[in-house]
Design a protein around this ligand. Structure first.
Ligand code: 13P
Length: 251
């Protein structure tokens, strides 16, 4: 049985003080989530990671990106041992904004995912097609390529803690969330690809939908057989709407 997961991706939002305020205000929510078998997390900017962990140790705290090298001449980058020193155990990989603005390729994502897994961390791998690809009917081909290249050279044992997020680029920050039918169709396809590649462990891998998820539309996704949670941007920033998201998932 896969546990439900609600992850907030704060992107480049919240100062350290604001992140702390949110983390303290979400303490009761974490208790509530635990009681209802939902995993609850956020991905702050690097600067906010330890503050959030300290203020609310019951939240899953994920980095938004990571470098695959342990150390060295990579100006501006953060390594896995640096995250682990803070107690961070999760990282997003391949978010569409990183693919679009920082040219992250599927091969680069693969290197990050392999390094995270080797270090015992949880990669949350984001995949999804652009509007142009969606309109050309290429969604599944795009997702297949992202998944196969991104997860190249890994075994079933390696991917047991992996989380995959399907985030159609055209739905991110646009208010145009994918219908529950589209989201289930693609998430079901992702599970099939995972099964083809890794076998029955696919049934244990959590798959999230992301893209304009709001308190008033989150429930429909969680009702789908292959959607285990949501990766939420804008609606995860205010603790009130984060709480509403959680309550709508539980009820
Ligand atoms: P929005 O929920 O703001 O559309 O962002 C989705 C997203 O990119 C989460 O990673």
């Amino acid at each position: 049985m896969r546990r439900k997961l609600l992850m907030g991706n704060w992107k480049m939002n919240k100062t350290i003080a604001e992140a702390k305020e949110f983390a303290l205000a979400s303490k009761q929510l974490s208790e509530y989530a635990k009681k209802h078998n939902v995993d609850l997390g956020v991905a702050p900017v690097y600067l906010g990671l330890s503050t959030v962990l300290e203020a609310n140790p019951n939240l899953i705290v994920a980095a938004q990106n990571v470098n695959e090298h342990e150390k060295g001449a990579y100006t501006g980058e953060i390594s896995i041992p640096m995250l682990q020193e803070l107690g961070v155990t999760w990282s997003l990989v391949g978010h569409s904004e990183r693919r679009t603005y920082y040219n992250e390729s599927d091969e680069a994502c693969n290197a990050k995912i392999k390094a995270l897994i080797a270090a015992g961390m949880v990669p949350l791998y984001c995949v999804g097609e652009t509007l142009e690809q969606f309109e050309a009917g290429a969604t599944k081909a795009v997702v297949k390529e992202q998944l196969y290249v991104g997860l190249n050279d890994l075994t079933a044992g390696d991917v047991k803690n992996l989380v995959v997020a399907y985030e159609p680029v055209w739905s991110i920050g646009t208010g145009k969330n994918a219908s529950k039918e589209i989201a289930q169709d693609v998430c079901g396809y992702i599970r099939k690809l995972l099964r083809d590649k890794f076998g029955d462990i696919a049934d244990e891998i959590r798959i999230l939908y992301g893209g304009s998820v709001k308190p008033n539309n989150v429930k429909q996704y969680l009702g789908q057989p292959d959607i285990d949670g949501a990766l939420v941007g804008g609606a995860s920033l205010a603790v009130e709407s984060y709480e509403e998201l959680l309550k709508n998932i539980v009820e």
